[in-house]
Design a protein around this ligand. Sequence first.
Ligand SMILES: Nc1ncnc2c1ncn2[C@@H]1O[C@H](COP(=O)(O)OP(=O)(O)O)[C@@H](O)[C@H]1O
Ligand SMILES: O=C(CO)[C@@H](O)[C@H](O)COP(=O)(O)O
Length: 595
Amino acid sequence: MAEQFLGFDLSTQQLKGIIVKSDLKLVHEAKVDFDADLAKYGIEKGVLTNPSEGEVFAPVAMFLEAIDLVLQRLKEQGADFSQVQGISGAGMQHGTVFWSKDAEGILGALDGGKTLLEQLGEPEKSGKGAFSHPFSPNWQDASTQEQCEKFDARLGTPEILAEATGSKAHHRFSGPQILRFHQKYPEAYKATARISLVSSFLASVFLGKVAPIDISDVCGANLWDIKAGRWNEDCLALAAGEEGIENLKSKLGDVPEDGGKSFGTISPYFVQRHGFPATAQVIAFTGDNPSTILALPLRSSDAIVSLGTSTTFLMSTPQYKPDPAYHFLNHPTTAGLYMFMLCYKNGGLARERIRDAINEHSSGTPKSWDLFNETALNTPALGQNKPESDPMRLGLYFPRPEIVPNVKEGTWRFLYKNDTLSPIAPEGAQGKTEDSSWPIPTADARAILESQFLSLRLRSESLVAPQGDLPPQPRRIYMVGGGAANSAIADLAGQVLGGSEGVFKLDIGGNACALGAAYKAAWGVQRKGNEKFEDFLEKRWVEKDFVKKVCEGYRKGVWERYGEALKGFDQVEKRAIEEKGEGKLDKENAGGRVR
Ligand SMILES: Nc1ncnc2c1ncn2[C@@H]1O[C@H](COP(=O)(O)OP(=O)(O)O)[C@@H](O)[C@H]1O
Ligand SMILES: O=C(CO)[C@@H](O)[C@H](O)COP(=O)(O)O
């Protein structure tokens, strides 16, 4: 009987599950879309919000219901769970789940005759609650500016915090979030026995006991000293307050170094209810971005652009060069490697807003990307019909507060010429929508994509090397996530970022993040001795079956023009920071070019 491996991706808008065989070929995949399938939780795009405090969060009960449902959907597709020998998964990063003192008991005695929701998520019915708080703060949350300032100041400066933990303080990071939870809900904090990340929460459900936090995902907390390989006690003390460090350490638990570690066999609940073998191993679950880099054999200067709800830019590198402008995390499987990451809140949803405005403006089909794509590709680069004389159009589109740079929500449009920015009147201003210097919303289709990719280029310049005779740029760009289906977006990524070998996407269906998790499960169970993940993957990798080139990357002349735009783009960001920047230190850092 062929061995199979199951990988999950619990992200903002969906829970995806996929099964691969030992040769890493995909056999089944299914998903639960929170808005479409679980609208009863009142969520929109997977989350609940409290705008008055900048809070964004999701109901833990919804995650539980999604787990039983995605397994049922996989079964309906013909999946035979009795063949599954290993399970791993990924969770959206930074989110926390707060377990109650009864949690371990409940998790250890789950009855296969009832649902997870009935037993873990409905205390009013079952009489016992597994959670001390019913919600998981979401990575889009922006409620912790005050706590972030305390974190940055605790070690002295954002630079020192980034050097120690891989990142300066960020609103969504678990440390500042735990501090705020502690301050806002002191009783619930006291009633919390364990704190999981979304990834270790999901692992805990499959394991039937609270699972350890993963070595890569823990780096999204501002609590882990990456070089020392242990908790940073100063940061821990800040989040722990008067309850003390040891109390918080016991809530967070130990962090095993080995990303391929088996935490044990699957909970009997899944054996009884879903037909898994009792021997199936639960391999460490990691963050969704670390998991994504495991879906591809990344080489030096290769980059992944992940277009989920967030937009992220990911590289695997042996260099540890932390800076307040971006993130470094431990690599999820390989000691000595690190993951470089940029993360933007205004990714998919910001693009959708412009898509919808264009469809409305031109009577296009609602939710179709056709007009958006056509408009983006038919607009000249930087809006310049005559590059030698026309100004460049440069904008920022942040319907939600942004991470990079750290600014409140807003839209900025400028014409840039001779080192000078001239603002375009805001959207909706009379007579401006058809102004040929920047017709709104049509010119926005290309401008938002250029803006997003210019930001990635600005901040990743120092991490890429010359490619043969070509200037420093990525070798390959891999597009993943929901937006990777869009060929116009891939084309613009290549035009702005380059890519000496071109722009690629996965050609095996599935979703990179869940695939990475399934590959990790396979490696965790099947690795021989100290076999490295990279060697395990390389032995099974069939380039022609797994990835497909979607377009050229580097295009001579075009890439250089976008290079010229970087200076103007940097100025546009500085204007946004001056107007709506959060935090004094962020204003001083101004979020621009990286050393
Ligand atoms: N054809 C497309 N063009 C552009 N974006 C798309 C397309 N299809 C899906 N998306 C985007 O993908 C996003 C969801 O991606 P996904 O990776 O599933 O998200 P998450 O993992 O955050 O739940 C949506 O916000 C949607 O805008
Ligand atoms: O906050 C981050 C990374 O730092 C986000 O990338 C989340 O991990 C959510 O990812 P998606 O739902 O967009 O995949």
